[in-house]
Design a protein around this ligand. Structure first.
Ligand code: NAP
Length: 498
């Protein structure tokens, strides 16, 4: 682990009052933001967290089999390498423990107000400050950082009769660990990233597993391995070896991006990854049902060594008929069949493009983010929004990736935020916001570069596209391009005032 930030004796911020920076959320983004602020000498910070502990998506997603599908060495904060990762792709408890340890070692846990749900925020043009309402009262802040994440609000499908199901039912992000699955008939709705991790984890326990698939996923091998004690000792003793591996993984993931942009490489990738399915699933009708009919990458490309083998087990059945309704004892499909189940698992994803705080964040003139966005989130460099001075959106619009670690994107955004705060102070101003023209040009650049990609044109519907049909989620290039573009603030693109 890295050297902790110096001075561990700082005061706890007040329960309410004024702070220089207020951060919403204590997942990877919120914690990393607070640490980087401390390192830049900004200690007057508070983090509002709606739950009782930190960790964001890695706290909430505790379903069996949950793990990161990016190698842990790459899915680590740049300043906090961890020689003790248990596996190549570490499981959720390790990732959560890692983030908690980093937060503790850098002394930012005391900045967090737990059980504090943000209910709204508005920018006061006279004082050039944000007022933020939490469940226990108000704060004011010079800058407001939204670090509340994209994968935090479960999407519960609107299936008729869902509330009538007689047994336990829960979303993967709200797993009910009190429910014993051994010997139960379990229905799983969805075959995305969460489902393909849950299915092999619970298949050996349950008596019957019925998987409801609307769209099959492209699944490539993960080649996950335990990290031996010797390997961990090597990383501890010679940190450069782990650094070199991180660099290698970074380059390999950047290469993975090629098939997403170039059809010739895509066809090659489809052929190679198709072999994985062919090798692991011998039954032609099951294989046909699991074969995607859209270009690879259009939906998130998934990694698993054990999903297909689990699907071939005798206690597993794959249902591809559409779900028409839920009844107390199971799931009814369009072919009129009722599939009995004792437990219902909703692996149905998240409300990624909805931005739940957008209707309650008010910028200049009382305009909300929802008003400004009209269903399609837009931000300059994914990080700042015109008309919303000193508001920062970590993991904001067009900053997600389909091929590498989003932590690198988020840390680049943090560099942008720190530079902008320093620049604002140096110019004797109090707030900064992107010019309308700069934001417009940036958004146009995103749209132009996404227009011909597999994410927009690959023949699938995905959560990358918002309700207006625009891709407001993904960054259209590699991580390196994001770093080069976003980590340096272009002064002319900002308005400084106050
Ligand atoms: P997801 O990728 O959005 O998958 C949701 C699944 O539910 C899809 O198969 C979808 O089918 C299905 N579905 C939704 N509503 C349905 C309905 N009414 N009837 C039938 N099926 C329905 O969600 P997720 O698997 O939770 O993953 C979300 C994101 O979380 C991932 O893309 C990834 O970024 C992240 N994640 C990451 C990891 C990791 O290892 N890092 C692990 C888990 C999740 P359609 O495809 O037809 O819509």
């Amino acid at each position: 682990m890295s050297a902790p930030t110096s001075s561990a004796t700082l005061p706890t911020p007040p329960a309410h009052g004024h702070v220089r920076v207020l951060i919403v959320g204590s997942g990877f983004s919120g914690i990393a933001m607070a640490i980087h602020l401390r390192r830049a000498g900004i200690e007057d910070v508070v983090i509002l967290e709606r739950a009782a502990s930190l960790g964001g998506t890695w706290r909430d997603n505790a379903y069996p089999g949950c793990a990161c599908d990016v190698e842990s060495v790459l899915y680590s904060l740049s300043f906090a390498p961890n020689p003790d990762w248990s596996r190549t792709f570490s499981p959720q408890p390790d990732i959560r423990a890692y983030l908690e340890r980093v937060a503790r070692e850098h002394d930012v846990v005391r900045l967090i107000r737990f059980n504090e749900n943000v209910t709204g925020a508005h920018f006061d043009e006279r004082s050039t400050r944000w007022t933020i309402s939490g469940s226990s009262g108000d704060w004011t802040a010079d800058a407001l950082v939204l670090a509340n994440g994209a994968l935090s609000d479960p999407r519960i499908p609107t299936l008729p009769g869902l509330q009538d199901f007689a047994g336990p039912k829960f979303h993967t992000a709200q797993w009910d660990h009190r429910v014993a699955l051994a010997g139960q008939r379990v229905a799983v709705i969805g075959t995305g990233a969460s489902a393909i991790q849950v299915i092999p984890a619970i298949q050996p326990l349950v008596s019957q597993l019925t998987v409801f698939q609307r769209t099959p996923s492209w699944v490539m091998p993960r080649w996950d391995r335990a990290n031996s004690a010797r390997r961990r000792a090597l990383y501890r003793r010679f940190p450069l070896t782990q650094k070199a591996l991180r660099l290698l993984q970074y380059v390999r993931h950047e290469a993975l991006f090629v098939p997403f942009r170039h059809p010739w490489a895509r066809r090659f990738a489809e052929a190679v990854i198709g072999l994985h399915l062919r090798y692991q699933v011998r039954d032609p009708s099951l294989r046909a049902a699991l074969t995607p009919h859209y270009a690879i990458g259009c939906k998130r490309l998934l990694l698993s060594d054990d999903y297909y083998p689990a699907m071939t087990q005798p206690n597993v059945s794959l249902v591809t008929a559409a779900i028409t309704r839920i009844v107390p004892n199971g799931v009814v499909t369009a072919d009129g069949r009722t599939h009995d189940a004792d437990v219902l698992v909703l692996a149905t994803g998240f409300r990624v493009t909805d931005w739940l705080l957008a209707p309650v964040i008010r910028g200049r003139g009382g305009r909300t983010l929802a008003d400004a966005w009209q269903g399609s989130p837009k931000a300059y460099m994914g990080t700042t929004v015109t008309g919303f001075p000193n508001l920062f959106t970590l993991m904001g619009p067009n900053t997600a990736l389909g091929h590498s670690s989003v932590l690198m994107m988020m840390e680049t955004q943090i560099r942008h935020v720190l530079q902008l705060l320093a620049l604002t102070a140096r110019r004797g101003a109090r707030v900064a916001e992107p010019t309308a023209e700069a934001q417009k040009q940036f958004v146009r650049w995103m749209d132009e570069n996404l227009a011909t990609t597999v994410w927009n044109r690959g023949g699938c519907s995905s959560w990358y596209l918002d309700r207006t049909g625009r891709n407001s989620t993904l960054w259209p290039f590699g991580v390196g391009r994001f770093r080069r573009t976003v980590s340096r603030v272009r002064v002319g693109d900002y308005l400084f005032s106050g």
